[in-house]
Design a protein around this ligand. Structure first.
Ligand SMILES: [Zn+2]
Length: 270
């Protein structure tokens, strides 16, 4: 089976009393949380009527670890952005005294609104992040969103030196797994901790292969491709991960799992 680029997926969240693709409701709740936390908004560009927004800690300091969390690259993987909303609602602003936290809450707004994987131009926002001679480069596979992110690579590199977490879902799965990146050949505490936070909600995917990548105990470790997360690790992020929650399972449970994996990612650096 393969993932369809334009098949529409819609779920209903009980906890948010919202449809998974209700983008107005999402942005409204996001603005409330960002205001409460005092995070700094920077608009990297626009995709049709929607901004590609980056948020940073209110008072970043060079002595603190730099962590970046992103969600919503694929439009049908809606529990990522909603999970970030829940993560924000539970976040104490004291955390900004310990880490520099940056967020890309919804990278592909047109896909999110439609409930389909690709953006409205038929591009895959998580491909086309080429890398050569220490720089991220565009390719024919780059999306409008990807080009905006590549244009900001110096900033995004600085904001992710101690880690990048990107939250995805797999619409073909009942089980969870994680793409992980660490300097060591074998997966360590960082990768295992993220996997275990998802395992509190779902069965871990069995040891076989996903999209041709070997899976070992729920981890696809140090697999490089032209994804955003892979590119940031090549640019110098010490660690990286792409969490995958199973979109054949309950939507609210997937939201809770995305919130939990973000909390684990932050806790690891505290
Ligand atoms: Zn995805």
């Amino acid at each position: 089976m393969s993932r369809s680029s334009f098949q529409q997926f819609h779920w209903q969240s009980s906890q948010f009393k919202s449809a998974s693709n209700d983008i107005d409701s999402f942005y409204s709740l996001l603005a409330e949380q960002m205001q409460r936390l005092g995070m700094q908004q920077q608009t990297l560009g626009a995709i049709e009527a929607y901004p590609l927004d980056l948020y940073q800690s209110p008072n970043p300091h060079s002595s603190r670890p730099n962590l970046l969390i992103s969600a919503g690259f694929h439009g049908e993987e809606a529990a990522g952005p909603w999970g970030m909303l829940k993560f924000l609602s539970q976040l104490d602003s004291e955390v900004f005294n310990k880490i520099n936290l940056s967020l890309l809450p919804l990278v592909n707004p047109t896909g999110f609104k439609a409930g389909h994987r690709f953006n409205q131009y038929g591009e895959n926002p998580n491909r086309g992040f080429e890398f050569a001679a220490g720089r991220a480069l565009e390719s024919a596979d780059s999306s409008v969103e990807g080009k905006l992110l590549i244009a900001q690579q110096d900033l995004l590199k600085a904001l992710s030196t101690d880690g990048i977490l990107t939250c995805h879902e797999d619409v073909l799965q009942h089980n969870c797994y994680v793409y992980s990146f660490e300097p060591e050949q074998a997966a360590g505490a960082f990768s295992l901790g993220l996997r275990d936070s998802l395992a509190g909600f779902f069965e871990v995917a069995a040891d076989n292969s996903i999209d041709g990548c070997p899976l070992d105990k729920g981890l696809i470790h140090n697999h490089y491709d032209t994804s955003f997360e892979s590119c940031l690790v090549r640019l110098g992020a010490k660690r990286g991960a792409c969490s995958e929650t199973p979109a054949l399972e309950d939507f609210d449970q997937r939201i809770d799992a995305n919130c939990a994996v973000m909390q684990q990612f932050v806790a690891f650096s505290l």
